[in-house]
Design a protein around this ligand. Structure first.
Ligand SMILES: Cc1cc2nc3c(=O)[nH]c(=O)nc-3n(C[C@H](O)[C@H](O)[C@H](O)COP(=O)(O)O)c2cc1C
Length: 324
């Protein structure tokens, strides 16, 4: 069985599942594995350079994959988009920042333009820019996203975006880590899902083995939205974004004490990077969404994709069977 949606038609893929372009996690091997399994894999550039892009496209081999940029970071070294487009990606995904300077170039190169948004107003804006698919990301998501005070949650945001940008296909993102989440997204009118946290614990991901194990053990109650890891790494995220990660010793010490962390950066920053090199999850960031409850083990991406689909079919059949 398979699901046919506007997304599967757009990309000629078997399953409406897209791998989130997670920086330092979704490399070419993972992206290729998700594509091979019938979804669409996206390489995550994060803050990396041209050499990373070349290397990860090489790692993807001949599997058709796409690539995702953090838009405000891309603006600092925009030639990386040319490097990526030269590798003929299936899609380019842009998140977090002004996509207007890049949208036309991506479409002209023949790649599909996917844009991730956190509000209804942003969804309308990127539809006007010509997005081929729009991702509605709720605050449940792992990694960066909106501000907890003003941001939106996946369940109400997705159908509102679906209505606002019709007929552009909409993907749900944030908190989807098993097939029940995929079924729910389809029921909300989404054409598919963008999945991040579940794939951190894929065998093929670039994450440190300690991070994968931590993800497999952790629960959603342990996550928080914070800026302290960006401050600690001295990454200049615009104020309106926070990131959801697992609470640890570092966040316990600095969350709520951000000014003191900024003042102590000269000593904290080297300490942070030394810990990250060792895979010390007590200090380094482990990005994770609320759906981390549902991640129980490290396994190949193909097994994750297959189970998402099988569970979604079972969930929809159960819902159907419960009708009077
Ligand atoms: C480890 C990690 C890194 C991420 N890095 C990026 C990134 O570089 N660019 C981006 O657009 N989104 C990034 N995201 C957010 C994803 O695009 C997506 O919205 C999110 O993972 C979906 O929620 P989920 O984690 O609950 O599946 C990241 C998410 C995680 C968990």
């Amino acid at each position: 069985m398979a699901f046919r949606t506007a997304l599967t038609d757009l990309f000629g893929i078997q399953h409406p599942i897209v791998l989130a372009p997670m920086g330092a996690t979704a490399g070419g091997r993972l992206a290729a594995a998700v594509t091979r399994a019938g979804g669409l894999g996206l390489i995550g550039v994060g803050y990396a350079d041209d050499a990373f892009i070349e290397r990860e496209f090489d790692a993807a081999g001949n599997q058709p994959v796409g690539i995702g940029f953090i838009t405000w970071d891309l603006a600092k070294a925009p030639q990386r988009l040319d490097t990526a487009l030269a590798r003929r990606p299936r899609a380019v995904m842009l998140s977090f920042g002004d996509a207007a300077p890049f949208a036309g170039k991506i479409k002209k190169a023949g790649a599909r333009l996917i844009m991730q948004v956190q509000t209804l107003a942003m969804a309308r804006e990127v539809a006007r820019l010509g997005a081929d698919a729009i991702i509605a990301q709720g605050l449940e998501a792992g990694g960066h996203g909106g501000d907890p005070n003003s941001g939106r949650s996946t369940l109400p945001l997705v159908p509102a975006v679906v209505d606002a940008v019709h007929p552009v296909p909409v993907l749900a993102a944030g908190g989807i880590a098993d097939g029940r989440g995929l079924a729910a997204a389809l029921a909300l009118g989404a054409a598919g899902v963008l999945v991040g946290t579940r794939f951190i614990a894929a065998e093929e991901s670039l994450s440190h083995p300690n991070v994968k194990q931590r993800i497999a053990m952790a629960g959603g109650d342990e996550t928080l939205r914070t800026r302290v890891f960006d401050i600690g790494r001295a990454i200049d995220w615009p104020e309106q974004y926070t990131g959801r990660a697992l609470a640890n010793d570092f966040s316990a010490r600095w969350h709520g004490n951000e000014a003191a962390l900024r003042d102590g950066l000269d000593s904290e920053r080297p300490r942070y990077f030394a810990a990250a090199d060792k895979g010390d999850t007590g200090t380094m960031v482990v990005w994770a969404g609320e759906g981390v409850d549902l991640v129980k083990k490290v396994e190949p991406a193909a097994a994750i994709v297959a189970r998402l689909v099988a569970e979604a079919e079972a969930a929809l059949a159960r819902a159907q069977a419960s009708r009077l």
